[in-house]
Design a protein around this ligand. Structure first.
Ligand code: SAM
Length: 293
């Protein structure tokens, strides 16, 4: 990472004594001023501002300091131990929610829900949807429940490990499965993840490889009509596609595609049944991404 020039630190201190504390995370005076404004708006006095700026100097995430993160029109509560919602997720989740039909009791299951940002947004945009959210972390399910109550958006929150399958319990059928699983490989985490994320966000929410995509094909897909899974890299999209294309039954039943984010990075792998039973999935997913099968 490029070091901050002493002249930039000096210039920042001339503008405001708190700004130099924010430079290591914000990297520019412009971004530091914006962040200082947010901190000042939500602090009681200069002493609290100073304490918060010192936390930022130690790379503590702003969302844990202020206690929330905007996610489209929702203010999602955040707390340590639960992943902070990202703009990349907000982007596809917002588009997806608006594509779902209005006034329909569509059943949505969000796996790896964290704060509950995805299911809460879907339910907010499509109030007739019946939405369930699952996470294995009690901190996450507690926060998702709290978010649901404080926003007045009713979703069912369940604690459970989605990779553990009880062969005696038949999984419930749903229309749509959404999931933003942990997808950063151990080596990428060590080499490329920012200090703030590495030090303060939960590894349980971040580190993963192909296990959640394998679980999608082996267990989740059979109970759904459509799925949307966030990915961290192209190989995860390709893995899901390959598993579908190379399976003689799945390839006949499923269409599958990728979607890029605003930075042109692969961000989502999605699929839907060719013969729609309840909903017009080809129409819902029209130009959502690029179909590969
Ligand atoms: C990348 S975070 C996504 C959080 C949220 N959906 C979002 O987009 O901000 C992944 C979440 O998966 C949960 N998780 C990890 N392993 C899991 C498992 N085996 N079963 C259920 N949830 C799991 C973590 O606790 C974490 O909340």
């Amino acid at each position: 990472m490029v070091r901050i020039k002493p002249s930039t630190i000096w210039q920042a201190s001339k503008l405001n004594r708190f700004l130099p504390f924010l430079l290591p995370e914000c990297r520019s005076i412009h971004a530091a001023r914006q962040e200082l404004r947010w901190i000042q708006d939500e602090s009681n006095d200069d002493y609290q501002v100073w304490k918060r700026c010192k936390l930022r100097y130690r790379h503590y995430p702003l969302q844990y300091i202020l206690g929330s993160q905007p996610f489209e029109s929702l203010n999602i509560k955040c707390k340590p131990g639960v992943l902070i919602p990202r703009w990349e997720t907000e982007e596809w989740a917002t588009d997806l929610a608006h594509r779902l039909p209005k006034n329909r009791q569509i059943h949505v299951l969000d796996l790896c829900t964290g704060t509950g940002c995805i299911p809460l947004l879907i339910k907010h945009i499509r109030p007739d949807a019946v939405v369930k959210a699952v996470d294995c972390s009690p901190l996450a399910t507690g926060l998702a429940y709290w978010n649901s109550k404080s926003l007045g958006i009713s979703i069912q929150v369940i604690q459970g490990d989605i990779l553990e399958h009880n062969s005696t319990v038949k999984p419930q059928k749903v229309d749509l499965i959404t999931c933003n699983p942990p997808y950063i490989s151990q080596s990428t985490f060590v080499k490329e993840t920012s200090r703030s994320v590495k030090l303060f966000e939960p590894k349980l929410a971040l580190i993963g490889c192909f296990e959640f995509y394998a679980d999608l094909i082996d267990h989740q897909i059979s109970r759904a009509e459509a799925f949307v899974y966030e990915v961290g890299e192209l190989s995860q999209c390709e893995y899901v596609c390959r598993r579908i294309v190379e399976d003689p039954i799945l390839s006949k039943v499923w269409r599958v595609g990728f979607r890029l984010d605003a930075n042109s990075k692969p961000r989502v792998v999605y699929g839907y049944r060719r013969v729609a039973i309840t909903l017009d999935w080809p129409r819902i997913f029209e130009e959502f991404g690029e179909l590969k099968n």
